[in-house]
Design a protein. Structure first.
Length: 178
């Protein structure tokens, strides 16, 4: 009697597509960005690819020395693959959010607490993916997502962009739909 031994290579039950269009959108944000909020400097962001382009690390350095770090990735293991973001700042405050992509607009939304410890939902909507200038609209809901309060608009200007050196004017920001 012959005994046959078969070695099986175990493959992941989920195909991890690091070339997914949602990751390509994040790839467009790779690089260094100067930030402004209401015309004042708001620090800088550096976004870098990691894990072969399957994840992105975002480092924010605020104007007063504060800082925060985000990890962005496509959760292909969930039933419906979704972008995910985990952010933590130097005070320990953090949020876990899920993201959706619609054209050149990326929206992250997640439950967290405000500085007073109240439960809230936060959303950040980034307009203009693929360009050298982005607009991030930050909002919070204190009633489960029924109404939204503005936390401010942050303009991202890619470092080294020679096409436009001035921050968006309010009328230009209105062109993004806000």
């Amino acid at each position: 009697m012959r005994v046959m031994i078969v070695l099986l290579a175990f493959a992941s039950p989920v195909a991890f597509a690091c070339d997914d269009p949602r990751l390509a959108a994040l790839s467009q944000m790779s690089g260094e960005w100067q930030l402004s909020m209401e015309g004042a400097g708001f620090g800088k962001v550096t976004m870098t690819k990691s894990a072969g382009g399957c994840a992105f690390i975002e480092i924010w350095e605020g104007p007063g020395g504060e800082n925060g770090t985000s990890l962005h990735w496509l959760d292909a293991q969930s039933a419906s693959p979704v972008l995910r973001q985990v952010y933590v700042d130097d005070s320990g405050w953090h949020i876990e959010a899920t993201g959706t992509l619609n054209g050149d607009v990326l929206e992250y939304r997640g439950a967290s607490t405000d500085r007073a410890g109240n439960d809230v939902i936060r959303r950040n909507i980034i307009h203009g993916l693929g360009s050298d200038q982005l607009l991030q609209v930050a909002e919070v809901s204190r009633d489960g997502g029924i109404t939204w309060e503005s936390l401010g608009n942050i303009v991202y200007q890619r470092v080294g962009d020679t096409n436009k050196s001035d921050p968006l004017t309010p009328s230009e920001a209105a062109g993004f739909g806000y």
